[in-house]
Design a protein around this ligand. Structure first.
Ligand SMILES: *[C@@H]1O[C@H](CO)[C@@H](O)[C@H](O)[C@H]1NC(C)=O
Ligand SMILES: *[C@@H]1O[C@H](CO)[C@@H](O)[C@H](O)[C@H]1NC(C)=O
Ligand SMILES: *[C@@H]1O[C@H](CO)[C@@H](O)[C@H](O)[C@H]1NC(C)=O
Ligand SMILES: *[C@@H]1O[C@H](CO)[C@@H](O)[C@H](O)[C@H]1NC(C)=O
Ligand SMILES: *[C@@H]1O[C@H](CO)[C@@H](O)[C@H](O)[C@H]1NC(C)=O
Length: 681
């Protein structure tokens, strides 16, 4: 009773908190808006959502993207999204709800007489390469039923999407009833990026078509003039003026007078015909096998809306059920926030010359940490999501790496770290680039087996049998006492005798023996695991936990044990998992378990792996800490997989540490993977 009276009183006097936004299931650091490729990656910080009408979308790096929505409702114009400086007379809508699923971010706003929703929908369609490869995302604006009145919806984008705001060009085309704007940077090199990591070639795309009986008008020109025209009239002029620095390309849907629920949909995108520079052969998007023209592809993307929406409902449900069944709704919340970020870091390609879909490849960008292309350990960190949802991606990502390693351009005995220093140039590993001999050799073996176990298909192991044998031999000769070298945590520097590398070698050899049916490798892997754990080579004297280096504290989070559990290899004794499950909670810091006893930060991807190697309280601790981290309101960057677990200098526990938007979040599916492979059909 008291609460109700308080709410009514607040409404009466218009206190701001009377309109507090509600968040379902939680308010994340950043909501994906249009996240489909490393170059179509638009987000909005969770903390900005309450002020969505005046807050701007951001590229993953944090730079603003011009993308607005206004609605005229019963004659009054409201800004709904992306308008820091509204034209005179424009009112501001009120944001009441914000929701995310695996594929949608949905915001509900009140604009005078009507309630509207903005549904930012980035399809994730792991088994449908055509749908997955289309480099576009949907924005659907729905006017909920309400009192009969006229509504017009305005939306525009600007040249910030090209990465070069001051020197671009635009074009307009119509195909049947689909209207398409494209904006391109001028005088820039193919395959080049700006300092924020935006593509400086290809084109930003904004497209729409009449929807629900709407009449559609368009304009391009200076933002103030185009928006001013919408404020004073309900349609645009159809004028397509020459490009200007402050220019926008804009659509208006005039829905006339109605009282039922109506929707209009836009497609926003970034398309490059020359997508990836792969060992001298340009690769293009998979979708170009069907649509050689960007405008045709955008039009098809709008055709596909209904089916994509149906699929997303099923897909969201699958991810949500997977999470719930495998350890509760906290876990589902983490998975749902991770999915678009993973698939949005990957592109599916075919050769630009032949357009031959039998040569489909996938490329993944090490977003924000260094931009490397097809980094083997990034694929390794990500693989649990592939194991659960789309194991073929392991083959699509690994084949170009095996092909490169098998060529005369690569002459090491161990597996390579990456296919090139900077996406989209998969031009080969630079001698000056990173190498992680033990780690990557173990990774390619484990990834090959993961693909085979999840799909039942032996083609990858057969095609690259000689190379796999070579890497197993390398592990056999070098793996128990690793020389000074980098590991997956390159922040630690090159250290000798890293326990986690010994673990990777033991598990890698056991996996190789299992993959090829060679008992001697299985025996060696188990023997090493016994040395490391049972004989205390890699543990403290009492054998309660693993150490960073043999015989040398501090303790270390032994995430390389994960494949042992996933594949039921029994390389390490059960006691090692029981003991570490008891140990990790004892070294938890304020906001979670750090990577080792000497650093103040942890990584959610490795916490995700370790959560799958322990039971009970320890497992719940890892899930709960990750959940608390993504809902603590302290962060604004797209899900950073590295964060401070304790106070460190000016950083507070629960604050993100530098990384952002990395596709490595596939690791969060490590627990789900224990419940089954290849579950999305
Ligand atoms: C773009 O032009 C604006 C206005 O002329 C100027 O303030 C800004 O510095 C320019 N930006 C770049 C990156 O050249
Ligand atoms: C990729 O290589 C081209 C030269 O072929 C270069 O112009 C471009 O800047 C490179 N891209 C990146 C992101 O380093
Ligand atoms: C690694 O550990 C072994 C056994 O403790 C030792 O013999 C070897 O010298 C160490 N290697 C290096 C590079 O420190
Ligand atoms: C490990 O823990 C499980 C569950 O508590 C228990 O059943 C098992 O006996 C333990 N194994 C060892 C080797 O301690
Ligand atoms: C879910 O996570 C929150 C932290 O965000 C934690 O307080 C809560 O206890 C967790 N719930 C369960 C059932 O573990």
């Amino acid at each position: 009773m008291h609460a109700l009276l308080t709410t009514l009183a607040a409404l009466a006097v218009g206190l701001p908190w009377a309109h507090a936004t509600s968040y379902d299931p939680l308010k994340p650091p950043s909501y994906p808006l249009a996240v489909r490729s490393p170059y179509l990656s638009a987000w909005i910080p969770g903390n900005d959502v309450e002020s969505l009408p005046t807050s701007q979308a951001q590229f993953w790096a944090g730079n603003n993207l011009g993308w607005t929505v206004f609605a005229r409702v019963n004659g009054d114009v409201y800004s709904l999204f992306g308008v820091p400086d509204a034209p005179a007379g424009v009112k501001t809508a009120t944001v009441t709800e914000a929701t995310y699923t695996s594929t949608h971010s949905i915001f509900t706003v009140e604009a005078g007489a009507r309630t509207l929703t903005l549904d930012f929908f980035s399809p994730v369609s792991p088994k449908n390469y055509l749908r997955q490869s289309l480099p576009f995302s949907y924005l659907t604006v729905t006017v909920q039923d309400g009192i009969a009145c006229a509504v017009q919806i305005y939306s525009d984008i600007d040249n910030t999407w090209t990465g070069q705001s001051n020197h671009s060009s635009w074009s307009y085309s119509a195909k049947d009833d689909t209207q398409v704007f494209q904006i391109s940077a001028k005088d820039t090199a193919t395959f080049s990026e700006n300092a924020d990591g935006q593509a400086l070639w290809g084109s930003a795309v904004y497209a729409s078509r009449p929807w629900a009986g709407s009449s559609l008008s368009t304009a391009s020109g200076p933002g103030s003039a185009v928006r001013g025209r919408f404020v004073s009239h309900s349609t645009l002029t159809g004028t397509h003026a020459d490009w200007t620095t402050d220019g926008v390309v804009a659509f208006v849907h005039d829905l006339d007078t109605f009282s039922d629920t109506r929707t209009v949909t836009f497609a926003v995108g970034h398309a490059r015909e020359e997508a990836i520079n792969y060992l001298g052969a340009t690769q293009t998007g998979y979708y170009r096998s069907k649509f050689s023209d960007t405008a045709d592809a955008a039009s098809y993307f709008l055709d596909d809306y209904t089916l994509a929406q149906l699929e997303s409902n099923e897909f969201d449900k699958l991810v949500s059920n997977t999470g719930d069944a495998a350890y509760g709704s906290n876990y589902s919340d983490i998975l749902a926030l991770s999915v678009r970020q993973v698939y949005g870091g990957i592109e599916l390609t075919i050769p630009d010359e032949s357009l031959d879909t039998s040569e489909t490849r996938a490329f993944i960008k090490e977003i924000s940490s260094d931009g490397n292309i097809n980094t083997v350990d990034v694929i390794y960190a990500t693989f649990p999501i592939f194991y659960v949802l789309s194991p073929d991606y392991i083959k699509l990502l690994l084949s170009p790496i095996f092909d490169y390693m098998g060529s005369s351009a690569y002459d090491q005995k161990y597996a390579v770290h990456d296919l090139g220093e900077h996406y989209p140039n998969a031009t080969g590993h630079l001698p000056s680039g990173e190498s992680m001999p033990i780690e990557e050799s173990g990774n390619v073996i484990i990834l090959t087996y993961a693909y085979q176990k999840a799909t039942g298909s032996g083609d990858l192991a057969t095609t690259y049998a000689a190379q796999l044998e070579q890497y197993a031999t390398y592990l056999n000769e070098n793996g128990l006492y690793p020389a000074a070298q980098l590991s997956l945590n390159d922040a630690l520097g090159a250290l000798a005798n890293q326990t986690n590398l010994g673990i990777k070698a033991a598990v890698g050899l056991t996996t190789y023996g299992t993959l090829t049916g060679q008992q001697k490798y299985i025996a060696t892997g188990k023997d090493w695991a016994d040395k490391i754990w049972t004989d205390h080579l890699g543990t403290d004297e009492q054998g309660t936990h693993f150490l960073l280096q043999y015989g040398t504290p501090p303790w270390f989070l032994a995430f390389n044990q994960y494949a042992d559990i996933l594949f039921d290899l029994n390389a390490f004794p059960e006691e090692s998992f029981n003991a570490t499950g008891e140990f990790y909670p004892t070294v938890r810091a304020a906001a979670g378990v750090p990577l080792d006893g000497s650093v103040g930060w942890g990584q959610t991807n490795w916490q995700g792996f370790v959560a799958a190697t322990v039971d009970g309280d320890a497992r719940e601790m890892f899930i709960s800490d990750m959940h608390s981290y993504i809902s603590n309101g302290l962060n604004t960057a797209p899900f950073s997989d590295r964060y401070w677990v304790q106070t460190s200098g000016s950083n507070s526990p629960g604050e993100a540490y530098a990384f952002r938007a990395r596709p490595t979040l596939g690791s969060h599916f490590a627990l789900a993977a224990l419940r089954g492979a290849n579950t999305w059909l």
